[in-house]
Write a protein that binds this ligand. Structure first.
Ligand SMILES: Nc1ncnc2c1ncn2[C@@H]1O[C@H](COP(=O)(O)OP(=O)(O)O)[C@@H](O)[C@H]1O
Ligand SMILES: N[C@@H](CC(=O)OP(=O)(O)O)C(=O)O
Length: 386
C-alpha cells in the first residue's frame, strides 16, 4: 500500500450547482490546486454538471416504462454517465494547472453496491488505487453517485448520491475533513432559495441534519449522513463561490437543537372504497415494497396515502386501477413538537388548505397542493422562529 498521511486527506465534493459549465469547473479545479499548495492532500468527488442528470433521466424514461429491475439497471448506466464526463474534465482541468490528476469511475475501484438499482447502498470500496495514487502526489478525481454490483452491472446511489460517495470515502480513508462544495454558503433553517431571511447554522448535529435531509433539504444526501454518523466524519458545507466563508460544520455534538423548516414534493394517492382493514393491508403491501409512506388518512370511504415522488411506478403496480394521483408539497417543522404549535396557528394553517399528516417527537409534517408552496413556506418559517 502507498504511504500517505491520511490526516492530511481532505475530500472535496463538487455538486452539479458548482459545475454548471467549464468556467465553473475550472474555478473548482483552482480551489483544489490552492488546497494542495497549502499542504492538503485533496481527493475530489464530482457530481454531474448542473441539470445533466435530470436530462439523462428524462431520456431514459422517454425510452420505456421503467418498472422492472432490468430496465432500472439500464437506467443507472445512463444516468451515472454525467459523472464520467465531469471526472474526466476535472482531471484535465487539474492537469492544465500543472497538477497530477486522474479520474476514477465507480467500477474501476470498485465501489461495490447492492442490487437496488436507482437507490443502491455502498457495500464496500477498494480505496487502494486512490491511496497509491495519492502517495505519488496525485489528485484522484472520483465519479460520485455510481457503483457496480456483484453482477457487474452499473448502479446509482439515489438522487443526490455523490454526497454519499464523498462521505463514504472520507470515512474509509479517515480523511481529516469532507468538504461539500455547493452554491450556498452553508445549511440554513429553511431553503435560502425560497426564504430570504433564512438563518445559517454555524454547526449542526448529524442527527438534526438527517432530519432536515430526510424532509427535503437537498443540501446533503441522507445516506451520506448514515456514513457520517457511523464513522464520525467531520463535514463542512461551503460555497464554491465564496470558499473563504466557513459555512456550516456538521458534526456529532452541538449544543441545542436545530429548529427550521424543510420541504419536498410528495405524491398524494386517493383510493376510494377501501374498508379500514383493506387500507391497512394496502399500507403493509406498500411498506413491504420499501415504499416510504409519509402519512395516510381516511375520510369516509376515501383513503389517502402520501408517498415519495419516486414511488410512482412502484405504487401504480400495487394500487391499480388507480384513482387520482396529485403532486403535493410536504412541509416539515423541525425542532418543534406538536404541542409547541398554538391552536390558533393550527387553525390558520387549515384555513390555508394545509393539512397535518405526521408528527414525531421533534417534527410536524403538513401537506398542501403544490401551487401554494412559497406563501405557506414563509408562514411556517415565521411560526418556527417564534
Ligand atoms: N436548509 C437548506 N440549507 C441550504 N440549502 C438548502 C436547504 N434546503 C434546500 N437547499 C437547497 O439546496 C441547494 C443545494 O443542493 P443541490 O442542488 O443538491 O446542490 P449540489 O448540486 O451542490 O449538490 C441549494 O441551492 C439550496 O437552494
Ligand atoms: N448527479 C446526481 C448525483 C448528485 O449527487 O447530484 P448533486 O450533487 O448535484 O446533488 C444527481 O443529480 O442526482
Amino acid at each position: 500500500m502507498g504511504e500517505i498521511e491520511n490526516n492530511t486527506v481532505v475530500v472535496k465534493k463538487f455538486g452539479g450547482t458548482s459545475l454548471n459549465d467549464i468556467g465553473c469547473l475550472k474555478h473548482a479545479a483552482q480551489l483544489v490546486q490552492e488546497a494542495q499548495l497549502r499542504g492538503e492532500q485533496p481527493l475530489v468527488v464530482v457530481s454531474a454538471m448542473g441539470g445533466v442528470t435530470n436530462q439523462l433521466v428524462q431520456w431514459a424514461e422517454n425510452c420505456c416504462v421503467l418498472n422492472m429491475d432490468a430496465t432500472k439497471s439500464e437506467l443507472d448506466t445512463v444516468i451515472t454517465s454525467g459523472e464520467q464526463v465531469t471526472s474526466g474534465l476535472m482531471a484535465l482541468a487539474l492537469q492544465d494547472l500543472g497538477c497530477r490528476a486522474a479520474s476514477f469511475l465507480g467500477w474501476q475501484l470498485p465501489i461495490l453496491t447492492d442490487e437496488v438499482y436507482r437507490n443502491a447502498e455502498i457495500v464496500s470500496i477498494n480505496t487502494l488505487p486512490l491511496q497509491n495514487y495519492m502517495a505519488t502526489g496525485g489528485i484522484p478525481v472520483v465519479a460520485g453517485f455510481q457503483g457496480i454490483t456483484k453482477l457487474g452491472r452499473i448502479s446509482s446511489l439515489g438522487r443526490g448520491g455523490s454526497d454519499t460517495t464523498a462521505v463514504a470515502l472520507s470515512a474509509l480513508l479517515k480523511a481529516r475533513l469532507c468538504q461539500i462544495f455547493t452554491d450556498v454558503d452553508g445549511v440554513y433553517n429553511a431553503d435560502p432559495a425560497c426564504i430570504q431571511d433564512a438563518q445559517k447554522f454555524d454547526r449542526i448535529s448529524y442527527e438534526d441534519m438527517t432530519t432536515f435531509s430526510r424532509h427535503g433539504a437537498k443540501i446533503l444526501h441522507d445516506k451520506a449522513l448514515q456514513w457520517a454518523r457511523r464513522y464520525k466524519v467531520p463535514i463542512q458545507v461551503l460555497s464554491t463561490f465564496a470558499p473563504e466563508n466557513p459555512g456550516t460544520y456538521v458534526c456529532e455534538f452541538v449544543s441545542g437543537n436545530a429548529k427550521g423548516i424543510a420541504h419536498k414534493g410528495v405524491l398524494c394517492w386517493k383510493v376510494p372504497g377501501l374498508s379500514r382493514i383493506k387500507a391497512e393491508q394496502l399500507l403493509q403491501v406498500l411498506q413491504n415494497q420499501l415504499i416510504s409512506v409519509w402519512g395516510w388518512q381516511r375520510n369516509g370511504s376515501m383513503t389517502t396515502f402520501f408517498t415519495e415522488m419516486s414511488a410512482k411506478n412502484n405504487v401504480q403496480q400495487y394500487v391499480l386501477p388507480t384513482v387520482s394521483i396529485l403532486p403535493h408539497t410536504m412541509f416539515t417543522m423541525i425542532g418543534v413538537s406538536f404541542d409547541d404549535v398554538p391552536k390558533q396557528n393550527q387553525q390558520d394553517l387549515r384555513r390555508m388548505g394545509v393539512e397535518y399528516i405526521f408528527r414525531s417527537v421533534n417534527s410536524i409534517s403538513y401537506v398542501v397542493q403544490e401551487q401554494a408552496t412559497m406563501k405557506i413556506l414563509s408562514v411556517l418559517h415565521k411560526m418556527v422562529q417564534t
